[in-house]
Ligand binder design. Structure first.
Ligand SMILES: Cc1cc2nc3c(=O)[nH]c(=O)nc-3n(C[C@H](O)[C@H](O)[C@H](O)COP(=O)(O)O)c2cc1C
Length: 344
């Protein structure tokens, strides 16, 4: 395995074996739905499906961008794709940069389309690649590799800052994203990786022409935690100091949803989404879709595709439960459901 493949593999191992969550929460617990004792709907008619990006999703759920680029990642992506295909939800792959320089890793990404022809798939590159200017040819290869319906650019300044080998030059990132938006036909999704996108960053991204923002806020997987655990033996302490750095997901959602040009974009809620009630609250706080990484990786590790299906079915029951008890037949109605900020 080369250095990058080793790093990707150790990220998966650390997430599966260690506690890598933020200590602070997503902030969803600060919001409560107002219970509707008279829902006036039949549970059987509740429909949490949504149509977006010319795809019908059974539920507003995407398996977040995670992996690719080492042998085991091929099995992980195949299983995630099988699950997404069965349940008709979306899927992201992890950063594809490595597969550009080593054909040996192509298959770990391409497998997604072999298993799941029709689902919504997001390609993935890092902000650092966009900063340094991208070769159009490479972007085309990345998109073609997974026949991507959208291309996600991940912002991971926190992770790069903590990695001793990190790419820390983010100068020109917005200009690079703006060029990318103009250069490709499919939607560009800009996502954080757990530290959150707030109002100011969102405004700049919308001005740059980005059509989807995934806030990926704090409260779930902490990349400072993962990199800290990966470099612990080197005695570096900076990662521990930044373990809890970031904008909590609920806060990020509220901020981005209030940006004046909000209607120009679709909004994804991720970072610490752990059940169907988090999904329901995200929708009521303005999200169009939700995404999660760690819970799906863990469910897969525990019981394969069956584990993923069990986890998803539990989320669906919880999401539908919240819809029932707020009298929301569909996501359009759920978006208007009363959600109160708990003050105590
Ligand atoms: C093992 C692992 C690998 C990840 N790799 C990537 C990646 O390559 N590109 C990316 O955009 N995000 C990556 N992420 C970040 C997730 O997409 C997501 O933004 C973050 O984990 C927060 O969601 P969670 O709390 O549900 O895990 C990765 C997450 C995990 C757990």
């Amino acid at each position: 395995m080369d250095q990058t493949a080793k790093r990707k593999s150790s990220h998966v191992d650390i997430v599966l074996k260690e506690k890598v969550d933020y200590i602070k929460s997503t902030g969803f617990e600060k919001y409560e739905f107002v219970h509707n004792a008279l829902p006036e709907i039949d549970y059987a008619e509740i429909d949490p499906s949504v149509e977006l990006f010319s795809h019908k999703f059974t539920a507003p759920i995407i398996v977040s961008s995670m992996t690719g680029g080492f042998k085991r990642a091929g099995y992980i992506n195949a299983a995630l794709a099988e699950f997404c295909n069965e349940k008709k939800v979306g899927m992201g792959v992890g950063s594809q940069r490595q597969a550009l320089s080593n054909d040996g890793y192509l298959e770990t990404f391409k497998v997604v389309r072999r298993v799941a022809r029709d689902i919504f798939v997001m390609g993935n590159i890092g902000a650092a690649q966009v900063v340094n200017g991208f070769a159009m040819d490479n972007v085309r290869r990345i998109v073609d590799m997974v026949e991507a319906d959208a291309l996600a650019v991940h912002l991971n300044a926190l992770q790069e800052m903590i990695q001793p080998e990190g790419d820390r030059n983010f100068r020109g990132v917005v200009a690079g994203i703006s060029q990318l938006v103009k250069a490709i036909k499919i939607p560009v999704i800009v996502k954080e990786t757990g530290a959150g996108i707030g109002a100011d960053a969102a405004r700049k991204l919308i001005e740059a022409g980005v059509s989807v923002i995934d806030v990926s806020g704090a409260g779930g997987t902490s990349w400072a935690a993962i990199e800290t655990l990966r470099h612990e033996e080197e005695g570096r302490r900076v990662g521990r100091k930044f373990w809890n750095w970031g904008i909590p997901t609920a806060e990020a959602l509220v901020q981005v949803n209030a940006v004046p040009m909000r209607k120009k974009i679709k909004l994804i809620s991720s970072g610490g989404i752990r059940d169907g009630i988090d999904v329901a609250k995200s929708i009521a706080l303005g999200a169009d879709l939700c995404a999660a990484a760690q819970p799906f990786l863990k469910a897969l590790n525990e019981d394969g595709v069956n584990g993923l299906v069990k986890e998803f079915d539990a989320w669906m029951e919880e999401l539908k439960g919240a819809m029932f008890l707020t009298g929301s037949k569909n996501l359009r109605q759920l978006r208007k459901a009363k959600l109160e900020k708990v003050t105590a």
